[in-house]
Design a protein around this ligand. Structure first.
Ligand code: HEM
Length: 440
């Protein structure tokens, strides 16, 4: 029976029942099936395996690890001896931070700040390997094996990144299997640190209705490592840069940190709910620069969308979508649509003033973490690590950028934080300066 849906309804699409997450067969062929790429019954099975790991115990360990990693960073980089620190590529710093957190909290791949995760093989770090693999996978599908024997640097790098990533994952999976078999990992541990990795590997060992095959173990491990760091890193670097540009917004966040952490004490996980202003800034950053720019859905019933468009003087027209068609939601366009977000290009955390609850992501038009049953499972994980990082950093440091002569923050933002459909991916290195606060 055809369904009629207006597009968008009062807000943007909220995973209407006539749409399913679209399966990404290319991704699956190379990395293995995982919770983000499967659909229908297999998706329920994947979600059933990984879902319980996302518990309060995990978030507590994320917080603890974020504090420790932050302290290691300050220590190793020698920041505590400096009045001012220049970071020429903020994204590299935040990526190193977020990959350490996901590697440690989800997989127990520990490494101190300068440590082993930094450089794995031939100068490539785990993060570089993951990035090269994700960016290069379409090429891998097109090129036969022998091409990698040619002396082409980019292909060699891709080959090394693939081999390094997958041999690391296989080795870690084998180790974990042994650990579980030798009962070093008890049932109780599956609710806290390592919980994500334990659940994935145990689903393979235990078999039964919710079993994972080998390919699904690799697929989910890879997905969690990548999705769990890249998105949060991009959000953190963009947010800190925006706060540097908009001093009055940074000041509001600083005042909140001072109120929440009397006497400059360290933040705890219980403080998370109190960092309301910080959360608004995170949300506003993700609205302007969503790390996931496209959401792909498949139409499960013949559907008719009624579209009202200002460009056609508010006239309505219908778009017929056949069952099986792919629909691509352009998140950047929805987030910058003045119908949903007045003055859409402005960085205005106050637009989220009526949205104080941590469990809500506000209007349906906000798709930063997706919407509906396929919404991000790692949302709280990401909020915890980002909030902890920001609270620790801004408690002790002010973040600044250098504007060119006569340049406004908005002009700087347009020049450096490229305003294209590819969002954060199109940005060049974000250069900032951390200056110690007098009270420190
Ligand atoms: C700022 C950080 C993050 C952002 C912006 C983000 C964004 C998203 C979005 C938009 C989706 C929905 C995709 C769709 O509907 O097609 C999604 C799904 C997902 N995210 Fe995140 N994510 C973040 C952090 C994380 C973290 C830290 C993890 C894991 C530890 C994670 C794991 C996942 C998984 C497994 C899914 C697939 C869920 C499913 O299909 O059932 N994400 N994320």
């Amino acid at each position: 029976m055809p369904l009629t849906k207006s597009w968008p309804p009062q807000g943007a699409p909220k995973c209407p029942t006539s749409f399913h997450a679209s399966k990404s067969s290319i991704f699956r062929r190379l990395f293995g099936a995982n919770v983000a790429t499967v659909r229908k019954e297999p998706w329920k099975r994947h979600r059933r395996v990984v879902g319980p790991a996302f518990s309060k115990k995990l978030y507590l360990s994320v917080w603890k690890e974020s504090m420790q990693t932050f302290r290691d960073m300050v220590d190793v980089e020698g920041w505590d001896k400096k009045q001012s620190v220049t970071v020429s590529a903020l994204g590299d710093l935040t990526a190193k931070f977020t990959i350490n957190i996901i590697a440690s909290c989800a997989f127990d791949f520990h490494s101190p700040w300068p440590g082993s995760i930094a450089k794995l093989r031939q100068g490539l770090s785990l993060r570089e390997c993951l990035t090269v693999v994700v960016e290069g996978f379409p090429l891998c599908l097109l090129t036969p094996r022998w091409v990698y024997l040619l002396p082409i640097r980019a292909l060699k790098r891709l080959d090394i990144a693939f081999n390094t990533t997958f041999s690391l994952l296989r080795a870690q999976i084998a180790l974990r299997r042994e650990k579980i078999a030798s009962e070093e990992v008890t049932g109780g541990e599956t609710q806290g640190k390592d919980a994500i990795f334990n659940s994935i590997v145990k689903a393979n060992i235990d078999g039964g209705k919710f079993a994972f095959d080998e390919e699904e173990v690799i697929g989910n491990t890879f997905l969690m490592l990548f999705a769990g760091h890249e998105t949060a890193s991009r959000t953190l670097s963009a947010m800190l840069t925006l706060l540097a540009l908009y001093g009055e917004e940074q000041d509001k966040v600083y005042q909140e940190i001072k109120r929440t952490l009397p006497g400059g004490r360290d933040p705890t996980f219980e403080d998370l709910e109190s960092f309301i202003q910080t959360r608004k800034c995170i949300q506003e950053t993700m609205r302007l620069y969503p790390p996931v720019t496209l959401l792909v859905r498949e139409v499960i019933h013949d559907t008719q969308l009624n579209v009202t468009n200002k460009a056609t003087d508010g006239a309505s027209y219908s778009v017929a979508l056949k069952k099986g068609a792919r629909v691509v939601c352009n998140v950047v366009a929805i987030h910058r649509n003045p119908r949903h977000f007045p003055d859409p290009d402005a960085f205005k955390p106050s637009r989220w003033d009526d949205n104080d609850s941590d469990d809500s992501v506000g209007t349906d038009a906000f798709l930063g973490f997706g919407q509906g049953p396929r919404a991000c499972i790692g949302r709280k994980f990401a909020l915890a690590e980002m909030t902890c990082f920001v609270a620790m950093l801004l408690r002790d440091w002010r973040v600044e950028v250098d504007l060119a002569e006569g340049e406004s923050p908005q002009q700087w933002q347009r020049r450096v934080m490229t305003d294209t459909a590819s969002g954060l991916r199109a940005m060049g290195p974000l250069s900032v300066r951390f200056v110690t606060r007098e009270a420190r």
